[in-house]
Write a protein that binds this ligand. Structure first.
Ligand code: HEM
Length: 384
């Protein structure tokens, strides 16, 4: 998409797209302003009548989460689990994460080649979030299908394709909801120190409705896995395309923190967000009406030369790096500290076991999604 972003930032920084009925926004300053103004640019799709949401009783609990709500309700929801995701709370889990990564990597490197996505970048974050939540991680093929369906774009723009897509998403949402309904009920009697217990307790205390509690579990399961898979995959992809940086990283001669931030900027796993205008407002000279859908392209903002020096260069020690890969403002990614920790452990574990990593094929199949950016397979060869 990066050539398209250049064209858009230069010639149509804010443009109405008739086929999707939304305003796309491409420049860093405009995207940043939108994310900092949640009153005007709401995260709640109920503010966009044109979206034609299903009737209330058929709506997914995912609409009742912090991701899709604003202001006090958002803060109340986020507050229930915020503590769990702070770097200090996560530090105590480092060893367990390292041991999960080690188990997967020892198997994956055994043959001198591996598919980074399938054998490692996919299972690793799913096992981690399943353990945090307190659900069996051996159900991960199902988790994968659920998560992928929820981020997938329709297979074409025909009314049939759109209809199929909507039905499929609805079905997955119902399956997820039924799955967690059972888990929440079980936790009322069988308490464990996991996140589902925290959520079940908040429900019992009247802080969350049942729908909110369900949405919570669904969001945490889905938000943290495809995104982190693609951060790890995109990191390996960036490094194999930059052999000098890779050699430094493999030797342990590069700091991983800024490297990971640069991957978040350069190949952002989430490229686009959605906001809903609560009043008429102007963005860079274009008038957006109340109820309109606005799409801030963080993937484009992250390549804006007005915000970054040589934005199309991948620099593993870039500083400063005010990228928007985790969003900004009140909805700033709750899981950012976890995603960073997982990716650091993933890359360290990989470089401990493999050197001279090279892509085994030139072919890249992009993830089919309107907002997630990554590849579905990444076969590599290496020496052990
Ligand atoms: C929000 C990206 C990993 C949970 C967000 C947002 C972005 C993002 C861009 C902002 C959405 C918006 O403003 O509308 C990413 C990326 C990840 C990642 C790139 C990995 C590389 C995770 C993980 C978890 C998580 C591991 C948790 C297990 C959430 C939640 C929100 C969120 C709950 C909503 C926060 C709120 O509305 O206050 N993420 N995320 N994410 N993310 Fe992440």
């Amino acid at each position: 998409p990066f050539d398209w972003y250049v064209e858009m930032r230069e010639h149509s920084p804010v443009r109405y797209d008739e086929s999707r009925d939304c305003f796309d926004v491409f420049r860093y300053d405009d995207v940043d302003r939108i994310l900092h103004d949640p009153e005007t640019f709401s995260s709640d799709p109920r503010n966009a009548p044109g979206l034609d949401l299903p009737p209330e009783e058929e709506r997914s609990p995912l609409l009742e989460t912090m991701l899709s709500t604003d202001a006090a309700r958002h803060d109340r929801l986020r507050g229930v689990v915020e503590e769990w995701f702070r770097p200090r709370a996560l530090a105590g889990r480092r060893e367990r994460l390292e041991s999960v990564a080690a188990g997967l990597l020892d198997d994956a490197v055994a043959g001198g080649e591996m598919d980074v996505i399938d054998e490692f970048a996919y299972p690793f974050p799913v096992i981690v979030i399943a353990e945090l939540l307190g659900v069996p991680s051996d159900e991960r093929p199902t988790f994968r299908r659920w998560s992928e369906t929820l981020v997938e774009a329709p297979d074409g723009r025909t009314p049939e394709a759109m209809d199929d897509h909507r039905r499929e998403q609805q079905r997955v949402s119902e399956e997820l909801s039924a799955y967690f309904e059972e888990k929440l009920d079980a936790r009322a009697v069988d308490r464990r120190g996991d996140l589902i217990t925290v959520i079940a307790d908040a429900e019992a205390a009247g802080e969350l409705s049942r729908t909110e509690a369900l949405g919570f579990c669904m969001l945490l399961l889905v938000a943290g896995n495809i995104t982190t898979t693609n951060l790890i995959g995109n990191a390996v992809r960036c490094l194999t395309a930059h052999p000098e940086a890779l050699a430094r990283a493999e030797r342990g001669d590069a700091r991983l923190e800024p490297l990971i931030e640069e991957v978040l900027r350069y190949r952002s796993p989430v490229q686009a967000l959605a906001r809903f205008a609560t009043e008429e407002v102007e963005i860079a000279g274009e008038t957006v009406a109340e109820g309109d859908v606005v799409v801030p392209w963080i993937g484009s903002a992250n390549r804006d030369p007005a915000a970054f020096d040589a934005p199309d260069e991948f620099r593993i020690d870039r500083a400063p790096n005010q990228h928007l890969g985790f969003g900004r403002g009140t909805h700033y990614c709750l899981g950012a500290p976890l995603a960073r920790l997982e990716t650091e452990i993933a890359l360290t574990g990989l470089f401990d076991r493999a050197t001279g990593i090279e892509r085994a094929t030139d072919e890249l199949v992009p993830v089919r999604s309107a907002f997630i950016y990554g590849v579905t397979e990444l076969p590599v060869e290496f020496e052990r």
